[in-house]
Write a protein that binds this ligand. Structure first.
Ligand SMILES: NC(=O)c1ccc[n+]([C@@H]2O[C@H](COP(=O)([O-])OP(=O)(O)OC[C@H]3O[C@@H](n4cnc5c(N)ncnc54)[C@H](OP(=O)(O)O)[C@@H]3O)[C@@H](O)[C@H]2O)c1
Length: 208
């Protein structure tokens, strides 16, 4: 259980990444509300497995519930998910979205029009305090115990609002990961995009 503040986290996108994160957050004592595109009743099994700290709702309900909202949908789902919430103004939104598309022949990079991908996502969330993070570990690795060989797996963060980033870092640290602030979305974000020096699928980036 976390020693600090118990947070409420709305998770829009209850797939592989959203499920892995919800496990960490609930085990740390935080409360999560999960949402998908098909209605809360479709999430009954997942919510049952997560236990008493988890519930399911619509995307709007999850956004209203969360001190922090995680947008854990695929690149091609970002527009529909963004449109499912009436206003993003002032919300802290954690974005793990990579510009990838699943095709029968494997993962393909989506065209971001030359813009940093998180900037493209942020443009769909007017007024949101966007923090990029949790995009570098494959979901099955993310789901593991973050304490490895005596170190804590690092979660790189980038964002323009210091208070929002501090709050997300507190959430990250409470789960056993170690948050590391890389700076603003424009400067820090590209460092851990898939083509960046700290990007791509990671097994271990440890704080010892
Ligand atoms: N998986 C990984 O290893 C991994 C690693 C790093 C980063 N990421 C990033 O994390 C994001 C999520 O990946 P994922 O693998 O978890 O995808 P996923 O398993 O396909 O899950 C996507 C989820 O989004 C929900 N969704 C789709 N459209 C929605 C909408 N309009 N409103 C609300 N929910 C909606 C889906 O719910 P329904 O089923 O109800 O439609 C589904 O639960 C991606 O952007 C990916 O780049 C993933």
């Amino acid at each position: 259980m976390c020693d600090g503040e118990v947070m409420k986290v709305g998770i829009i996108g209850a797939g592989r990444l959203g499920a892995a994160l919800s496990g960490h957050f609930t085990r740390a004592g935080h409360q999560v509300m999960m949402a998908g595109s098909r209605g809360p009743e479709k999430l009954a099994t997942l919510v049952g497995e997560l236990g008493e700290n988890a519930s399911a709702g619509t995307p709007q309900e999850a956004a209203d519930f969360g001190d922090i909202v995680v947008l854990a949908v695929q690149w091609d789902q970002k527009e529909s998910a963004a449109a499912a919430v009436s206003s993003w103004q002032g919300r802290i939104v954690l974005v793990p979205i990579n510009p990838l598309r699943e095709t029968p022949s494997g993962l393909e990079h989506a065209d971001t029009g030359g813009r940093p991908p998180t900037e493209v996502v942020a443009s769909l969330l007017p007024g949101a305090l966007v923090v990029k993070g949790f995009n570098t570990y494959p979901a099955q690795v993310l789901a593991e115990d973050p304490v490895v060989n005596g170190g804590r797996r690092i979660v790189l963060l980038a964002g323009d609002d210091l208070d929002a980033k501090r709050k997300v870092a507190e959430l990250v640290d409470s789960t056993g990961f170690q948050a590391v602030d890389t700076g603003s979305l424009a400067e820090g974000g590209p460092l851990f995009d898939s083509g960046g020096p700290l990007g791509g699928p990671r097994k271990d980036l440890l704080a010892l």
